[in-house]
Write a protein that binds this ligand. Structure first.
Ligand code: SF4
Length: 892
């Protein structure tokens, strides 16, 4: 057995992993947290812990294809190079584009950017990180003169006040959140404030939750700035010595947010709550403000970031332990993408496209006189240009824009009419691969070899556990092969990812000294790293310079920034509401986001059955008052509609929602749901500086979807089901689950069910079937169990009250059902004395809500610790702790 240290490929926390390969042939691997990795010290969340279940060859793209036909690599690569070259000759370099991803490794990203910006000669390369943190980049660059994250995880542990703004870290950055939770346990003086329109799982440890009106965060932070000034709490020596622009920013803050009452009214909060926040912020030196997609995904996201940074500059709370404005990035290598210039508005190694010195420097380093000197098209503009035919060839790498982009149906139409769509991915069937003319198989997480950078600037190695599957190749290799065929061979003749990393490091160090104006991103210590050194590379925070090879934990300790005069800049912020506000036709504001146990479009997490049990279907959260007014019943289906598109989702009634607000998760696609793709609904509005879409605020309406029948099917085999308007498929442990519904009247359920569930010869063998039918009331239930082994069961009803899958699903683990189980089967509930665990709450230990309810009642548990001691729930990754609390008796 072979234990390999690598890095989790999901969120930006960047947890270290120890993977022990048990069987190479079958891809059997044991995963545990790396106790020595400084990001997680051995902890993993539910997603990281189940990585071993996602490395099979299921749904892997294993060989190149052109228009659905298998071809060899040479044919595919030649085809792309010839077509790209022809389009560039005929229409210029602006007619081609790359759309890449925060899932790529830094080395992949580096060569993609080098090819497009350095040799094709256009900056038409953008990344799905545009949707995630591009506003944070603008915020940092405007304030610091460079895209520099000042803080680290230890600051979270040393802080005395942490603001979580637009960040449900409990679900989206679970291990970082666990560190905050632990810090609070260790330091009762640590206060946590959650600023978020909805009450999320992160509120579990909050001393104060401010359910701010959607989109109004900048007003709140302008208010803090004004309050600091009004109370004589501005750190004037710091402001005078280390910053520019304070007066203007302050004047705007005073004008827009000069009193607590003004801020409270604008933000929809009580004056008391706003006053408490202001008081805590003003009087707590060690303050960290964590912000994430709730801030970034906004038409004023860049300004919101700067409104936050302004408050830290005004107090000098930056560059010191336990303080700073800390952007949490979503993806595993969003930061690596920023380093290499993966965004259409940045050049490599944190240099700028609009700076002629930078363009010249990069050109001399790369040996190219074609380096792009103006910004390319950002994601939204890029797909618009594809739609109009301005861009004629696009290469999409490791991402799924047909699901994740706003106004996603328009993106789909754009790709359908594009002359050449190349998709390189490790997954065969996605909503985007379906539209590809050329499909290129890339290596997956367990095969990749390179580096990623987490959200605290820490570079870690991803190391391969297995050789590449099928004919898959590393992304960097694929890009370099196309580059060579396009005529740029000398510059792309790399033999390994180590060689690319070395060049990336050397570029970061090239003319990076006081004479040429220091740049923040500097890996000079690695400019000559050899293959052995690369293989042994330990997690380290950049900059890593020859004089300080242990890296840099915290930036700006000396108060010197990367602007021309080395001073930070205040940015005056005028708070703006979302561009599209709700109206009589679309009276609700739709918020979107991640779930605890899924990642992006579920291509990998969807393979881990444990992860599917927490939230198996697309849902929409709605406040109880709105649900009652609209007569929306829990678990029924609702249609959510905007001016751009619509989706269907199960109703979840949640008092944590604001009245007039809705929330839907981002993960479902056309591959696993008929109408669960939220991107189709989201408005195509962007921040004017960052180009980041306003994915958190779309005006929508919601109404009951008039289903005439609902059905649940569990089957040992995957089924091809036609003719159900609503359909969601979910992978369970040894079974496949299908949720169906339709607005059309019912069918001959017996004929339909038997045809669907059983092979032809056994359809009429009544010994194999259990059946219950009440046609008058619209109920039909049947189970197919030849030789007493459950193969499939079907439950149909006129409404959504169908059996849950917990106990039913567990029956697929048995080769033969007992008499009692067979008698109970069609009731959907276990026989007396047998446990039904219910919906899974704790994914680590597979503990369901019914088990927890029963244990809490039976033992009179009063704390999560009691539950954990009895059931283990909550003692693994800890992501479910907030949900466990809901089962405890409420304090009187
Ligand atoms: S918090 Fe979870 S998803 Fe994020 S890197 Fe760590 S294990 Fe992976």
């Amino acid at each position: 057995m072979n234990t390999i240290k690598t890095t989790c490929p999901y969120c930006g926390v960047g947890c270290g992993i120890e993977a022990t390969v048990e069987d190479r042939a079958t891809h059997r691997v044991t995963i545990k947290g790396d106790a020595n990795h400084p990001a997680n010290f051995g902890k993993l969340c539910s997603k990281g812990a189940t990585l071993g279940n996602t490395v099979s060859l299921e749904n892997r793209l294993l060989y190149p294809q052109i228009r659905g036909q298998r071809v060899d690599w040479d044919t595919a690569l030649d085809h792309i190079a010839v077509k790209f070259n022809r389009i560039i000759v005929q229409h210029g370099p602006e007619a081609v584009a790359f759309y890449v991803s925060g899932q790529l490794l830094t080395e992949d990203y580096y060569v993609a950017n080098k090819l497009m910006k350095g040799f094709i000669g256009t900056a038409n390369i953008d990344t799905n990180s545009r949707l995630c943190m591009s506003s944070a980049v603008v915020g940092y660059k405007r304030a610091f003169g460079a895209d520099t994250v000042p803080c680290n995880y230890e600051d979270l542990e040393q802080a005395e006040l942490i603001l979580l703004v637009g960040s449900n870290a409990a679900w989206c950055h679970p291990i970082a959140f666990q560190r905050i939770r632990k810090a609070k346990e260790n330091n009762p003086n640590l206060k946590i404030v959650v600023i978020d329109p909805r009450a999320t799982a992160s509120c579990d440890i909050a001393d104060l939750h401010l359910p701010v009106k959607p989109g109004m965060d900048a007003l709140l932070f302008n208010g803090i700035l004004a309050y600091l000034q009004q109370n004589g709490l501005v750190n004037q020596p710091y402001v005078d010595t280390h910053t520019d622009g304070f007066e203007l920013a302050l004047s705007e803050a005073m004008k827009t947010a000069g009193s607590i009452e003004q801020v409270a009214a604008g933000c929809g909060l009580t004056s008391e709550a706003v006053g408490t926040l202001f008081d805590w912020f003003a009087n707590t030196d060690k303050t960290v403000t964590v912000y994430s997609q709730g801030i970034n995904q906004s038409s004023s996201g860049s300004d919101k970031c700067n409104a936050i940074i302004n408050c830290h500059l005004a107090t000098g709370r930056i560059g010191k332990p336990g303080m700073g404005p800390f952007s949490f990035t979503g993806q595993p290598n969003a930061m690596g993408g920023r380093e290499v210039g993966g965004l259409a508005n940045t050049l490599a190694a944190h240099m700028d496209l609009e700076n002629p010195e930078h363009v010249d420097r990069v050109g001399r380093f790369w040996g190219s006189d074609k380096v792009a000197d103006k910004q390319g098209l950002k994601a939204m503009d890029m797909f618009d240009a594809i739609a109009t035919g301005q861009i004629k060839a696009v290469w999409i790498m490791a991402t799924n824009p047909v699901v994740s982009m706003p106004d996603a149906d328009k993106v789909k139409r754009a790709l359908q009419q594009c002359e050449l769509v190349v998709v390189s991915d490790c997954i065969a069937n996605t909503d985007t691969t379906e539209l590809a003319h050329v499909l290129l198989p890339a290596t997956g997480w367990s095969e990749k070899d390179g580096t990623v950078t987490n959200l605290e600037r820490r570079i870690s190695r991803q190391r391969p556990l297995f050789p590449a599957s099928g004919e898959a190749r590393h992304d960097w290799w694929i890009i370099c092969q196309v580059a060579q065929r396009m005529g740029f061979g000398k510059a792309f003749n790399y033999q390994s990812s180590a060689e690319i990393f070395r060049e990336h490091a050397a570029l970061s160090a090239f003319e990076n000294d006081a004479e040429h104006q220091l740049r923040d991103f500097n890996l000079s210590a690695f400019a000559e790293i050899d293959t052995l050194g690369f293989d042994a590379l330990q997690p380290v925070q950049w900059p890593v310079i020859a004089e300080q090879t242990t890296g840099t934990a915290r930036m700006f300790a000396d108060g010197r920034y990367f602007t021309a005069n080395r001073k930070a800049r205040f940015i005056p912020v005028t708070p703006r509401p979302p561009v599209n506000s709700s109206d009589t036709d679309y009276p609700f504001t739709l918020n979107t986001g991640r779930l605890r146990d899924q990642w992006h479009t579920m291509t990998r997490t969807g393979l881990a059955t444990k992860l599917n049990a927490h939230r198996p279907e697309p849902f929409v959260e709605i406040h109880p008052a709105d649900a009652e007014r609209l007569k929306l019943k829990a678990r029924s289906l609702a249609q959510i509609q905007s001016r751009w598109g619509s989706m269907l989702a199960r109703v979840e009634i949640n008092p944590g929602q604001q009245v007039g607000s809705l929330f839907v998760p981002m993960h479902w696609t056309d591959q696993n749901s008929s109408h669960g793709r939220m991107g189709a609904v989201v408005n195509p509005v962007v921040d004017p500086y960052s180009g980041q879409p306003e994915s958190k605020q779309t005006p929508v309406n919601i109404g009951s979807w008039p289903a005439q029948w609902y059905a649940t099917i569990l089957s040992r085999q995957p089924l091809q089901i036609a003719a159900a308007e609503y359909q969601v498929s979910v992978r369970g442990d040894r079974y496949f689950r299908y949720e169906l519904a339709s607005t059309e009247f019912g069918k001959d359920w017996r004929t339909w069910g038997r045809a669907l569930l059983a092979c032809v010869e056994q359809r009429e063998d009544d010994n194999c079937w259990l059946e219950y039918s009440d046609p008058q009331a619209g109920y039909y239930r049947t189970a197919y169990l030849p030789e007493r082994e459950l193969r499939a069961c079907l439950f149909v009803g006129p409404d959504c009250d169908l059996p849950e899958s917990g106990w039913l699903g567990s029956l697929f683990a048995k080769s033969e059902l007992s008499r009692a189980e067979r008698l109970s089967l069609l009731s959907g509930a276990p026989p007396k004395g047998e446990a039904d665990i219910g919906r899974i709450v704790c994914s680590c230990f597979n503990v369901g809500e019914k088990t927890i309810q029963q244990a809490v009642q039976a033992h009179q548990f009063q704390s999560v610790a009691d539950i954990s001691a009895c059931l283990s729930a909550g003692s693994g990754c800890g992501s479910c702790v907030s949900e466990l609390k809901e089962f405890l008796p409420k304090p009187t």
